[in-house]
Design a protein around this ligand. Structure first.
Ligand code: C2E
Ligand code: MG
Ligand code: MG
Ligand code: MG
Length: 296
């Protein structure tokens, strides 16, 4: 057995070296981001971009998602896929989330035309009494017409650790008039009990389903089933990651109307979003999109 292992190692040795070099590099990068994040003045260095969620039937913006961008003076722009995970490991998501929520509330205040804005919460935020109480205080300081347009997005995996605590904290937000969205649905356990017990207002079907909707017949079946399930529970359903007209067409045949994805828009700056909100710019309806598609 030892001999076989040795042979296996021999064959893989090039690969192993490559792997460990890659691994070392990513550990080093993580340490660098960690250090920069520790020193960061998030109030100044963090900004939000806004991705519209469009009703494809009439081209109207029904909601919007706020996504964090970190412009580090040392590292330049660091994507959230990188820094959010590191902030979680460092236990500094409360700080991050407070900045994000503060900026989101500011935007809602400045922009009465915006029907709804969602922010992403980290797993730790939802199970931390301290964080949720800090957020409650910030949100309660806002008038109703501002805070009722704020939506909190949580992921399935963040509910796993402490479902009871999550339920308790989410309930506080719901009492204040906020809506709660289950993000990246379909990537975790997709437990139907979550939908029932935690009374989500909105489900966002993960973008991997949006992307696969045309390539796999089962993908379409799954999306149609989730859509149907949501409808029967009176949960609003949004499909993420729609990049092409074909995907939109298929998503619509599965019953999806509300879409978020590059086909309509990448995340926008506050100013660019505003142009849509005041009607200076418009998103096409589904029909218009398909007509354009047949022309080219
Ligand atoms: P998410 O909450 O699922 O956000 C959607 C992500 O998908 C965004 O990436 C968005 O730019 C991207 N996206 C939208 N449409 C398309 C599409 O058609 N195709 C493709 N390929 N991608 C699309 P982004 O902004 O890089 O954020 C990545 C993730 O980082 C988010 O996933 C969320 O989990 C996390 N994140 C972002 N901002 C925050 C934040 O303020 N707080 C926390 N805790 N997490 C955040
Ligand atoms: Mg999200
Ligand atoms: Mg998502
Ligand atoms: Mg995600």
């Amino acid at each position: 057995a030892d001999f076989a292992l040795f042979r296996a190692k021999e064959h893989k040795v090039g690969q192993a070296i490559e792997f460990s070099a890659h691994h070392a590099e990513s550990l080093m990068r993580e340490a660098v981001v960690h250090q920069a994040l520790k020193k960061a003045d998030l109030d100044k260095e963090l900004r939000l971009v806004f991705q519209p969620i469009v009703n494809s039937t009439d081209g109207q913006i029904t909601r919007c998602e706020a996504l964090a961008r970190w412009d580090s003076p040392e590292l330049g722009s660091v994507p959230p896929m990188e820094f959010v995970g590191i902030a979680e490991k460092m236990g500094m998501t409360q700080q991050l989330t407070r900045v994000v929520v503060r900026q989101a509330l500011e935007y809602l205040r400045d922009c009465p035309e915006l029907p709804s804005l969602s922010v992403n919460l980290s797993a730790q935020d939802i199970i931390s009494r301290e964080t949720s109480d800090a957020l409650v205080a910030m949100i309660l300081a806002e008038p109703e017409h501002v805070r009722h347009r704020l939506v909190l997005e949580v992921t399935e995996s963040s509910l796993l650790n402490d479902m009871e605590e999550a339920r308790y904290n989410l309930m506080k937000f719901r009492f204040m008039g906020l809506k709660i969205a289950l993000d990246d649905f379909g990537t975790g356990y997709s437990s139907l009990r979550y939908l029932q017990d935690l009374e989500f207002d909105i489900v966002k079907i993960d973008r991997s389903f949006g992307a696969a909707i045309n390539t796999a017949a089962r993908g379409l079946g799954l999306v149609a089933t989730i859509q149907h399930l949501c409808r029967s529970l009176s949960i609003e359903c949004i499909i993420e990651g729609i990049e092409t007209r074909e995907q939109l067409e298929t998503a619509r045949s599965a019953g999806c109307r509300l879409v978020q994805g590059y086909l309509y828009s990448a995340p926008l700056s506050a100013g660019d979003l505003h142009a849509y909100l005041i009607g200076e710019k418009r998103f096409p309806t589904y029909r218009q999109l398909l007509e354009d598609g047949t022309r080219d």
